[in-house]
Design a protein around this ligand. Structure first.
Ligand code: AMP
Ligand code: MG
Length: 391
């Protein structure tokens, strides 16, 4: 088993950790559902007209029909519909029990004397039948689902005005590096703007975690230790970027060890982004991501995100699709899983974009997917199939 597979296995074995809470439906978007959602009704709850039209008996469709009344959505018929009779009916209204067909207004010719005729004898029935979408007692959403836009509608339709979800973890993001200056500054020689904080904070917010603090710190062991301890008081997660490697000023792994954290892993087997730690102590979790922006992006996307999801009790699995290469990919050293920013074009093929490696963050701004080049593969030929992860 290679290192990335080991990480995936360790991640898969993490138990749900965060407590649950009940929230109002309007606050449930982008939270992890913590109960099965059960239908309390059939859907639709009655035979429902799918069209604005006329409801009648199909056997009478070729005849002139007497129009008895008009039924709006929300109303039910007040009369019985007999032979050669019909009601005018609106989309969403209950189809009277005697009727088995609704022909559309567009297929109707109104005649004198309150009569109507269907001009399309091949009309569809245009009825949504009771319970055809779901039945009372059906499980509509499973515990562990991420509440996205359609899930919001499903919850509302099933009467979940309040819903059990995972609590939002609190996170402190600490960018480390004596070379870092803020985005508002012009870097002096040897300095670089801190782009990781903006990136990682957004990745966390996209997952609906609460970022409680954002620090940029120089590579100073004492300062980092002090700030780390303080961050642990207010946060469930601390995410470091930079300082995760083996340089003289890469203090994060050392600090974690000194503070008694259990290190689950200290490298990923991925290129870019090999040095990365995940560690835990007393229910506090720490990611030590690489300093290079593409590395930290990839580490978050492929590793930190699934870990956070698992701890939140989410059943998230990343979308990976196998599709055709539109270029030949080659590399010299195939000792790691390579992750390459690419574009999936409108034909579904994988196209190349300029990419120079772990610092080339603006390449990602043009990518819509990450290509996976498996460990051991030095070439993927044009027209071969490969896995991509849409972004
Ligand atoms: P490190 O992982 O600390 O060795 O950093 C690796 C590379 O990433 C160095 O070139 C750093 O200057 C750069 N880097 C580190 N942190 C950041 C950051 N927050 N934003 C942009 N680049 C960074
Ligand atoms: Mg550094």
């Amino acid at each position: 088993m290679n290192q990335f597979e080991k990480i995936q296995q360790l991640t898969g074995n993490l138990p749900p950790f965060f407590p649950t809470e009940k929230v109002q439906l309007q606050n449930a978007f982008n939270r992890v559902l913590q109960e099965d959602v059960i239908a309390d009704l059939n859907m639709p709850p009655f035979n429902k007209s799918a069209m604005d039209g006329y409801a009648c008996r199909l056997e009478d469709i070729a005849n002139e029909l007497e129009v008895l009344e008009v039924i709006n959505a929300g109303k039910i018929a007040s009369v019985k519909i007999g032979k050669n009779q019909c009601v005018k009916i609106m989309t969403g209204a209950a189809v009277p029990p005697e009727c088995d067909c609704v022909f559309m207004v567009e297929d109707a010719e109104e005649l004198h004397g309150n009569k109507v005729r269907c001009t399309n004898l091949n009309t569809m029935k245009n009825i949504c039948y009771l319970g055809e979408d779901y039945k009372k007692g059906d499980i509509l959403l499973k515990k562990g689902a991420l509440i996205n836009v359609p899930q919001m509608a499903v919850l509302a339709g099933a009467g979940y005005a309040e819903v059990w979800v995972s609590k939002r973890p609190k996170v402190t993001v600490i960018a480390t590096g004596s070379e870092l200056v803020s985005p508002s500054e012009t870097p002096k020689p040897g300095q670089i703007r801190n782009s990781n904080s903006s990136q990682v904070v957004t990745q966390l917010r996209k997952m609906n975690l609460e970022v409680v603090a954002e620090l940029t710190l120089v590579d100073d062991y004492e300062l980092l230790t002090k700030s780390f301890k303080k961050a642990l008081e207010s946060s469930d997660f601390v995410v470091f970027t930079g300082g995760a490697s083996v340089g003289d000023f890469d203090f994060i792994p050392e600090i974690l060890k000194e503070q008694g954290f259990k290190i689950y892993w200290d490298h990923t087997g991925i290129k870019p982004g090999n040095p990365m730690t995940f560690s835990e102590k007393d229910g506090k979790f720490v990611f030590g991501l690489s300093g290079n922006p593409v590395s930290s992006f990839v580490q978050f996307e492929l590793i930190a995100k699934p870990v956070i999801c698992k701890l939140l009790g989410s059943n998230y699995t990343p979308l990976r699709v196998k599709t055709r290469m539109n270029f030949t990919y080659q590399r010299k050293n195939a000792n790691r899983l390579a992750i390459i920013p690419v574009v999936i074009d409108s034909a579904g093929a994988i196209s190349e974009i300029p990419f120079h490696g772990s610092a080339h963050i603006n390449a990602l701004a043009f990518a819509n997917a990450l290509l996976e080049v498996p460990l051991g593969d030095s070439t993927i030929q044009n027209n071969e199939f490969a896995y991509v992860r849409p972004l």
